[in-house]
Design a protein around this ligand. Sequence first.
Ligand code: VJV
Ligand code: CA
Ligand code: ZN
Length: 397
Amino acid sequence: EYGLEKPQGYSVSFHYNPHVEYHHFGSSHPMKPWRLTLTKELVLAYGLEYTMDLYEPRPASFEELAVFHDREYLSFLSKVTPQNAKPDDPCYLAFGFGGESNDCPVFDGLWNYVSLYSGASLNAASNLLNKQSDIAINWSGGLHHAKKNVASGFCYVNDIVLAIQALLTQNQRVLYIDIDVHHGDGVEAAFASTDRVFTLSYHKFGIDRHGYPFFPGTGNINEMGPTDPANRGKGHSLNIPIDDGIDDDQYKWLFKTVTNAVIEKYNPTAIVLQSGADSLGGDRLGRFNLNIKAHGFCIEMVKSYGRPLLLIGGGGYTPRNVARTWCHETAVCVGAELHDVLPAHIPYIQAFQGEENGGGILYPDLHNTKRHDNLNSGEKLHKLVQEALENLRYLEG
Ligand code: VJV
Ligand code: CA
Ligand code: ZN
């Protein structure tokens, strides 16, 4: 009815527990789990549920999370509530809570929230392991900043690390690719001492006019993981620092050139792709100028390698465009083309209507909705690609 084609031979699974959407970080906090409701409604309105296997995963257990995280940290996470939290407790700050930015607030149901999104990533990984799916999707995951004993940048538990650890039980080499506008520092740090995971992150990097680095402040081109030759993880990270306002053609060229080279050289047996939607134009926290189809191009390209693929969410702070993008990328996975005019019967349709909300269509022009000047010259990008390819030489033993 909406122009769906037959799936092109890929078995796709969708892992989602709707309880995750009812959690609130606080009224003006940019992270809004409600964007997952909007995403799900678009996916259903286009009939994409008939083209995939749907799973409603159980929450991850304490023991499952302890495969990566420290028990003391998890025990704190499982007990803290807005009522019993003591912001002056030294362990509160040490675990990444409070602080002046309040990036990681304590909210009602926090433990339930982290167990739900992590359970979905673990469920998706096990579907790839037992070959039930070629592509497994969890839009509620992708919380790439969490460390083993510290919450950071809206992330409390690192579902990506947990999923990669699961994939490593049957895969010799896992490639992690991160197109969130922020550096995937937590995943990079977790696998800094192994050559069995290669991490590749594209992100905004630089210092603003007030002297503050763009969060988290790491991920320059020369950061390739440990340099100590005794460390097995040497040269197994690649960071692509990008400036404000990058456009569709530049990003697609950059992504294609560098990602192709990494895949050819590292030859992974499974790929995990974090598809943070804060790299879109008009994102509340982002700085890039990408349109939905340019973002989706990255998924299309990675899919074309035909390796087991775990596709997960991440950032994305303009909910209507997060939903559009992840719906489009779900369609890319199953090989469907979607009609630009949104189906009329979508719940929350008003979130997509009106000039400022994208005029009731799936692919509005997001270019320069936030007027970030493009600070990436062709010359700078060519030099960046050249350096990235040079860094890849460290992969040869
Ligand atoms: O930039 C930061 C940390 C500071 C910000 C400035 N203060 C003064 C000091 C600390 C350095 N944090 C970032 C975190 C971004 C996390 C991105 C997560 C992901 O997309 O990569 C993956 C899910 C940041 N940027 C914007 C904010 N924090 C922000 C936090 C808020 C807020 C508004 C903006 C927290 C609470 C409220 N508003 C109410
Ligand atoms: Ca990134
Ligand atoms: Zn982000």
